[in-house]
Write a protein that binds this ligand. Sequence first.
Ligand code: ADP
Length: 160
Amino acid sequence: MIRAAFPGTFDPITFGHEALVARASGLFDEIIVAVAAGVHKQTIFSLDERLRMTAKSLPQNNVSVESFDGLLADFLRARECRIILRGLRAVSDFEFESQFAHINKTLDGNIETLFLPPSNEYIHLSSTMVREVAMLGGDVAKFVSVHVAKALLEKIAPCR
Ligand code: ADP
């Protein structure tokens, strides 16, 4: 039984995240998508909103969505999971990702971080870009599911 965790902020979940989880769900018995409570980052969606949207976008039977607060290493231990999955989009991701992998390994020697390359069409897609396009009034239909696009519109409408 091999369980992997895919941690992130998911503010909001994009087609890039969805494609990565779809591929990973065929590689592992179980995937826990771990949505960070976000104390370290300012998010536009609340934790509940991010959890709901993320779960709605991921229909795979072996994928569950949970929130975590505090250290990812502690969450993994509590879930008896030792694999962290991360997407590695570009060279710019590399520095943070290698530090993140290293710190988690140092905190708990059992943890292994595995990187999956993004699907080609989503290699430059990030939640940050999606939020910016939405805020500037652009169409995000090519980047996120319909329900996420709708939530983005509702969220930013009062700000425009
Ligand atoms: P974080 O704030 O931890 O970077 P994100 O929600 O932005 O959280 O990303 C979570 C994970 O999803 C990261 O491993 C990131 O590299 C990966 N990811 C984000 N966008 C894409 C994409 N377009 N294709 C593949 N992986 C992605």
